[in-house]
Design a protein around this ligand. Structure first.
Ligand SMILES: *Cc1c(COP(=O)(O)O)cnc(C)c1O
Length: 365
């Protein structure tokens, strides 16, 4: 039984959920890098290993979201992201696992290795791929594709919001907080003072803040913004957190209604750089540090920027004696064997540019 249901048995059978990932994810102590940074108690929560074929933080959300799709007997789900979206790829992989098909509604982003790789993985998982130049086209595209799929199958595809960050998806990270609490109880790590995680569409950080509080933990979340305010601003964050809280309370009144305000967590804007998906120097340095000292791979859009925050805070006097947990949200499963055989020319033509144009400057190595 998942940790959240153990704690609140009233949720089981009410809150849709399907087990698909590999949980609990491991906790690692970063001895070598911690020593270099002057952090004696630096840990990593390895959500990269959350799935057999494809991991990362989206698996936690999809266990709830696709649980609902399965309950509603959906054959198709439709979701959104930028071209290289890990979320769209994870949705394609796990929808297929349940016998469903994913329709990815994507928008352009700066080019990087990961973009083409994720597109190929989505394609290999049977996803239908669409690229729209702007939000307005995406809106029109949604109407057209929904109708087209309705005419074909007799049912509208179930919509999964960008990043899977609906209140239901967010429950994945409420559960993650209870999973962490069990690991603390088992002695795998001391109770963290701080958790650093990326703040993309806010589901990860909001779910953790809510879950940690509900679990009675003292841990404070540092959400490192990696998207524009519209996706990850304070208002979006609090709104999602409160809606998730109301959902859980309505399903099981034993789940408390918590009073959480912006004073209960920190949103860190300084590591965003110029735009979503554009790598930063600090991010690249953070990626190198983790690779060289611990053999763990990050990427430049989310986790590099987040670990840059850990490194920037390390010299501060308050940091050195704290228990710090970096939540690694990036897929760590090598899927090269799955995509090796695929020719990008088989993808819709709009996507070819990600295989033909140069990568952004900080991703040319
Ligand atoms: C989606 C994603 C995030 C951001 O998570 P949100 O819940 O959207 O804030 C962080 N890291 C990686 C690697 C992601 O794919």
């Amino acid at each position: 039984m998942i940790p959240l249901f153990k704690q609140f048995p009233g949720l089981q059978g009410k809150l849709p959920h399907v087990s698909m990932g590999l949980f609990p994810t491991p906790v690692l102590k970063l001895e070598k890098l911690g020593e270099k940074l002057g952090l004696g108690r630096l840990y990593l929560k390895h959500d990269g290993l959350s799935g057999e074929k494809y991991g990362g933080n989206k698996v936690r959300k999809l266990e709830f979201l696709l649980g609902e799709a399965q309950k509603d007997r959906c054959r198709e789900v439709m979701t959104y992201g930028f071209a290289g979206s890990n979320h769209a790829t994870a949705t394609a992989v796990f929808a297929r696992k349940l016998g469903m098909r994913s329709i990815s509604m994507l928008m352009p982003q700066p080019n990087a290795h990961i973009v083409g790789k994720n597109l190929l993985m989505s394609f290999a998982s049977g996803a239908e791929l669409h690229l729209y130049p702007s939000h307005s086209f995406l809106g029109l595209g949604t109407i057209c594709e929904s109708v087209r799929h309705f005419l074909k199958t007799g049912k509208f595809p179930m919509v999964i919001v960008p990043g899977g960050s609906s209140p239901l998806g967010c429950c994945g990270f409420v559960n993650a907080a209870f999973e962490l609490k069990e690991q603390v109880y088992e002695g795998l790590l001391p109770e963290p003072d701080l958790i650093y995680c990326a703040l993309g569409t806010a589901g990860t950080a909001a779910g953790l803040v809510l879950g940690l509080k509900a679990a009675g933990m003292k841990t404070r979340v540092q959400g490192v913004q990696v998207t524009e305010e519209a996706y990850s601003g304070e208002k979006v964050f609090i709104d999602l957190l409160k809606k998730t809280n109301r959902l859980l309370h309505s399903m099981d009144p034993a789940f408390p209604v918590l009073d959480i305000t912006p004073q209960d967590f920190d949103i860190r804007r300084e590591f965003f750089g110029e735009a979503y998906g554009l790598f930063t120097e600090e991010g690249i340095n953070a990626i190198k540090a983790l690779k060289e000292n611990e053999g763990i791979k990050l990427e430049g859009t989310y986790t590099g920027k987040t670990f840059a925050a850990v490194m920037a805070d390390a010299p501060l006097k308050e940091s050195c004696d704290k228990v710090i947990l970096f939540w690694d949200t990036y897929n760590a499963v090598d899927y090269a064997p799955v995509i090796d055989k695929i020719d990008y020319h088989d993808l819709p033509k709009q996507f070819h540019r990600y295989f033909e144009e140069e990568y952004q400057e900080l991703d040319r190595h």
